[in-house]
Write a protein that binds this ligand. Sequence first.
Ligand SMILES: [Ca+2]
Length: 418
Amino acid sequence: MKLAHIIFVASIVLSIVSCHKSDQDDDANPVVNPTDTTTLPPVETRPKVAPNQQPVFEGQTRVPGIQTQADIQVSTFATGLNRPSGLAFMPNGNIIISERPGSIRIVTSSGSVGSTIANVPAVRAQGDGGLLDVKLDLDFASTRLVFWSYVEPSAGNTGTNCIARARLSDDETAFENVTVIYRGTSPYTGVNHNGSRMLFDNNGLLYCAFGERFDNGIRVQAQELNSSLGKIIRINKDGSAAAGNPYLNTPDARPEIYSLGHRNPQGLAFNPVTGELWESEHGPQAGDEINIINPGNNYGWPVISYGLEYNGSVVGNGTQQSGMEQPIYYWDPAIAPSGMIFYTGSLIPEWQNNLFVAALAGTHIIRLVLNNTTHRVIKEERLLSTENRRIRHLAQGSDGAIYAITDETNGRIYRIGI
Ligand SMILES: [Ca+2]
């Protein structure tokens, strides 16, 4: 706390020194409100990968830092999971977990890890593919329906992005009536950038975000409406395109497409204040993004991006182009954002409506404080940094704590609460 206090005092001094040059304030010299005792310098201090790139608006990257004031307790809730990739709380307080090598299992509300559930079809567990997200039907208590996204091994040693649906047996040992409700386009030999985060809205429509499969020859499909790659789709529970989707009447377009131009999206969440769909996706070298998703919009990849190609060159046409959306926030260097949630619990009131993002390469959890009127990120904090583990996804428990899974062969669930 002493260090934080010193940083705080130093930041006030800096803000007073810089207060007469507001037009020139940039992300390296944020305006700090001296009456706000939680505002700190930006948490990111590493050199930028792309120092010549500038944000389009103030606060698009490296906003001021913040430190949670509550005495947060981090504990290990469960261990022994095999590369957990998705989690969802069940009505009885248990947690259903998907594991990337190809299994689904249940962890009880006391942290006991159960056996794998039978009848999960084979997955192609290579690269970032495999069995990816898992979600419960909104009416799970009566239907017992479970949905999961995965990469299906397909002909010619390729993989195809799919979504399956099944009934969980009453004794929770097996899936019944397993059905592939959605099979994406473009089976591909490459193993990377499968994305596949899922989310239900309050009307029971299912959103799923797919990656563009990484390689130069195929990633251009993120811009093509006849491909499911690099898209967010919106479907009904039977896999059919949702009514009202933006390209239903566009010739040769996939009717399930909701938005396009995504790279490797691994986070989806609804903003509880605005109702908007928010998304996270991996950039190339830097340029990791948070986007607000609107139907029919083009999010730019691989035409525009912050950050650089892995060979150091500029991506496409640079950082902005008419007709393509800007991220509301980006990171340089990369932190590799995966799952994310908005906090709506009462256990930690200062976190109310903040966005929490799991970081893989970053090996921490990011807390973003938002201004929902201006649609801007205004503060950033990094949690669990000293744990040094790849965080894959997050969920909020009924106890108001955040539960986080780690991307490890002896993966764990953290509980972050009071
Ligand atoms: Ca983008």
